[in-house]
Design a protein around this ligand. Structure first.
Ligand code: ATP
Ligand code: MG
Length: 380
């Protein structure tokens, strides 16, 4: 059953790693990155969360919004031949939005006016959907820039993990919305926004901003809307490009789950949503799987060994050891039962995706050596 993701690493430019909270997305992303780097690729891992321990295990003080390339000595110390490079970077909504403004503003003056507008500062960090959109925007930007052969994205662990898929469309819709158009027209006709209209819309936004008041606020809104209008064309085109990127044939979707019923249910939900949207589901990674075969052999060997030991040994300890191994074996059986639901769903699919199983290791995965262990399972 267990196959390898090697082919995806060799044939794709972008791999999006999706799954519910805590199943091992960050670990899978990093392990795939390491596997690809070992194959000679220049790899970029983009993460949403600070993944501090992962950063530390790669010899970095912290994950930052600046790209950081892992020191090759780290790999040599772990006895790993890595021909390529592994770079990690944390996504930053605000700076990505700023880059967009830099790109599409009609003049340096217009750019600075937007960047310094307080409403912009609110919109660029707090508006719903901005985070998802900017993650996709960044992905698109690094993909086109060509400095990396493979980009891996560790998606956020929320129930709405797939919101990023329609984020570009939602942005286009928002920019195209009747309210927005009307707002702009109202301003352009008179060259000045009607104070009443503005005050009404302002009241809603004001609640979220709190600090801005009266005339200052209105001035900022008027300025913001005018300036932003300047960017709309560019923004919209860009959002459509980003949407196309997500559906490009060189993008792979890897869905991660654990054997827990909740995680399986969620991964199947993600899988259906991907299918609805015409996105591929290239592979499923079942992480932290208890594996009966290896354990069974272990338990049998332990029993044998215990039998041959002198009776003076603490009988209790021996019993506990055997019972722990039996527990593991039962856990493995339980995992297998739970995964039936996933297998059945995959079997129904017209082009069944790969399924790769990663064993539950008896320790956390947070250094190059253990990461390499996972990498070897994913892509031997
Ligand atoms: N196969 C494994 N065996 C043992 N421990 C593992 C395995 N995979 C992941 N872990 C550990 O499980 C924890 C969660 O993994 P990870 O951070 O990759 O999950 P995540 O899906 O990114 O979580 P979040 O949704 O919170 O971002 C980590 O401590 C990691 O070291
Ligand atoms: Mg994570």
């Amino acid at each position: 059953m267990a196959l390898s993701l090697e082919k995806l690493l060799d044939s794709r430019r972008v791999i999006l790693v999706v799954g519910s909270g805590g199943v091992g997305k960050t670990t899978t992303t990093a392990a795939l990155g390491l596997a690809a780097a070992a194959r000679g690729k220049r790899v970029l891992c983009l993460t949403i969360d600070p993944a501090r321990r992962l950063a530390n295990s790669l010899g970095l003080k912290a994950m930052t919004t600046e790209a950081q390339t892992v020191d090759p000595q780290r790999f040599r110390d772990a006895g790993l031949p890595v021909r390529g490079t592994l770079t990690v970077m944390m996504l930053d909504t605000k700076s990505t939005f700023d880059e967009l403004v830099h790109r599409y503003a009609s003049s340096p003056q217009a750019r600075d006016r937007i960047l310094h507008n307080r409403l912009y500062q609110y919109v660029s960090t707090s508006l719903a959907g901005t985070h998802e959109y900017m993650a996709m925007e960044k992905l698109h930007a690094v993909k086109t820039d060509g400095a990396f052969d493979l980009i891996l994205l560790d998606t956020p662990p929320t129930a709405n993990a797939l919101d990023f898929l329609d984020a570009p469309q939602r942005l286009v819709d928002a920019l195209d919305s009747a309210a927005m158009r009307w707002f702009i027209e109202a301003f352009q006709e008179s060259g000045k926004l009607s104070f009443n209209i503005l005050a009404k819309s302002a009241a809603v936004v004001l609640k979220g901003i709190g600090k801005l008041t009266g005339g200052d606020f209105l001035e900022q809104v008027a300025q913001f809307v005018t300036e932003l209008n300047d960017l709309f064309g560019g923004f919209k085109e860009r959002a459509q490009e980003v949407a196309r990127t997500l559906r490009a044939p060189d993008v792979a979707y890897v869905l991660v789950t654990s054997p827990s019923p909740m995680a399986i249910q969620e991964v199947l939900f993600f899988s259906e949503r991907l299918e609805e949207q015409g996105m591929p589901r290239d592979a499923f990674v079942v992480n932290r799987l208890h594996q009966a075969s290896a354990l069974q052999a272990g338990a049998d060997a332990a029993r044998e060994a215990l039998r041959s030991l002198p009776l003076s040994l603490d009988d209790d300890a021996a019993e506990r050891l055997v019972s722990a191994l039996d527990d593991e074996r039962r856990q493995a059986q339980l995992d297998r039962l739970r995964l039936r639901r996933l297998d059945e769903a995959l079997a129904r699919s017209s082009s069944p995706p790969l399924r790769v199983d990663v064993p539950a290791l008896p320790y956390d995965v947070h250094d190059v050596r253990t990461l390499a262990e996972v990498a070897r399972v994913l892509a031997p």
